[in-house]
Design a protein around this ligand. Structure first.
Ligand code: S3P
Length: 441
């Protein structure tokens, strides 16, 4: 893929594609496999920068990981307490999921280590894991107790009852992983449901994790009993990657697209619910269960969209999909309001500010709010030079905006797309029918 990425207007999207494997499930398969007893086989591991950071950290902790082809892994688990002290700092790159989840595992070890990151991740809040892990007995500190790098020493972990201040699957997963090293249960109250891949996978590995009315309880495996059982995991397609094509095909007349084997876990499909409410034509077909996760093929065609209001419990169910929802809203009839989404400000970029700034350059009528944005549509977009601020999801959202705009859209810093969706530009190229030359200008 070229950087900058240049996008030209398209007539429609057509065909059948398989989006890359789910990023969240890939991270978890490698991390949980590393502390299981035996070989975990992962088919369809996401070969993207963020997940490669997780493999790099695990290898530095003495975990043998065999790569068989591009997307198959065998993780040789070392058991809950078998990781080795690293001789180098663990480099999490730009992956918040790597840093926050692995912190839960490292809190329960008996050695010291340091977690470093790239510059972008150094600006993202880690107090959300530092503070509760300390309450569980962990010896952990960060830069000004808020940011990477983190230093984690061994600690005697104990279970606790904790009310999560934000609905964050990364924080929840971190604390559940630390809870594996406690002797008492860990009880977490979630303000709203966040993605539950950790609970599903730990359960499949034999851990007692219960979820009732927003309260998640993990019983640590009793000492002397076999710990986590290794798994054979097939990772389904990532709904968050499918999201770009769902919106692209909804917006471009005469589109007809089939997306195969997409994870449709209800804690992830908030955007589907919102698009349907806006009038989108999306059908779930061939619904089935794959590795403990609901999966379906998604059929999507064009339909005019109406504006909507998104807030409350819906927000965590589509937390990564707001930049692409903003693109959909620019073409929807009426005023779309996004609220209760201040979390967007601490993602790979401040996604409230960057989405508003970059879509404005394309002529969108979009206004910033402290906890979201307001979009008025429909507005014809005009291609321009934009910057994705090294945020992969903003880059791909701008690419979809470029398909419905007139003229050429040049997206700077688009190399970041490789964080979650290597091959995005090529896959898009394969399903685009270009506009006739005279209608392009
Ligand atoms: C993730 C959880 C979400 C999401 C991120 C991946 C995960 O983050 O934005 O891309 O795999 O648990 P938060 O938990 O910080 O909301």
């Amino acid at each position: 893929m070229s950087d900058p990425l240049i996008v030209r207007p398209a007539a429609r999207l057509r065909g059948e594609v398989r989006v890359p494997p789910d990023k969240s499930i890939s991270h978890r398969a490698a991390l949980f496999g590393a502390i299981a007893a035996g070989e975990t086989r992962v088919q369809g591991f996401l070969d993207a920068e963020d997940c490669l950071a997780t493999l790099r950290c695990l290898r530095a902790l003495g975990v043998q990981i065999d790569e068989e082809g591009r997307d198959r892994l065998v993780v040789h688990g070392r058991g809950l307490r078998g990781l080795q002290p690293p001789t180098v700092p663990l480099d999490c790159g730009g992956s918040g999921t790597t840093m926050r989840l692995i912190s839960g595992i490292l809190a329960g070890q008996t050695f010291d280590c340091v977690l470093t990151s790239n510059e972008a991740l150094r600006k993202r809040p880690m107090d959300r894991v530092i503070e509760p892990l300390r309450r569980m007995g962990a010896d952990i500190s960060g830069d000004r107790d808020r940011f990477p790098p983190l230093r984690i020493g061994g600690g005697q972990i104990h279970g606790m009852v904790y009310h999560l201040p934000v609905a964050s699957a990364q924080v929840k997963s971190c604390l559940l992983l630390a809870g594996l090293y406690a002797t008492q249960p860990t009880v977490l109250h979630e303000p709203a449901p966040s993605r539950d891949h950790t609970e599903r996978m730990l359960r499949a590995m034999g851990v007692k994790v219960d979820h009732q009315d927003g309260v998640i309880t993990l019983q640590p495996p009793p000492t002397g009993q076999p710990p986590l059982a290794p798994l054979d995991i097939r990772v389904p397609g990532d709904f968050s990657s499918a999201a770009f094509f769902l919106v692209g095909a909804s917006l471009l007349p005469n589109s007809s697209l089939r997306l195969l084997d997409v994870n449709v876990n209800p804690t992830r499909t908030g955007l589907y619910d919102v698009l349907i409410r806006m009038g989108a034509r999306i059908r779930l077909e061939n619904e089935r269960t794959l590795g403990g996760e609901p999966v379906a093929d998604l059929e999507v065609g064009h339909n005019p969209l109406e504006s909507t209001v998104v807030g409350g419990d819906l927000v965590p169910r589509m937390i990564d999909e707001f930049p692409i929802l903003a693109v959909a809203a620019t073409q929807a009839q009426g005023v779309t309001v996004i609220r209760d989404a201040a979390e967007l400000r601490v993602k790979e970029s401040d996604r409230v500010a960057t989405t508003v700034a970059e879509l404005s350059r394309l002529g969108a009528r979009i206004e910033e709010r402290p906890d979201g944005f307001v979009v008025t549509g429909p507005t014809p977009l005009q291609g321009a030079e934009v910057d994705c601020h090294k945020d992969h999801r903003l880059a791909m959202s701008l690419a979809i905006a470029g398909l419905v705009a007139r003229g050429e859209t040049v997206i700077h810093n688009a190399g970041s797309i490789a964080d979650s969706f290597p091959g995005f530009a090529e896959m898009l190229e394969g399903i685009i029918a270009p506009l006739d030359a005279e209608r392009r200008a």
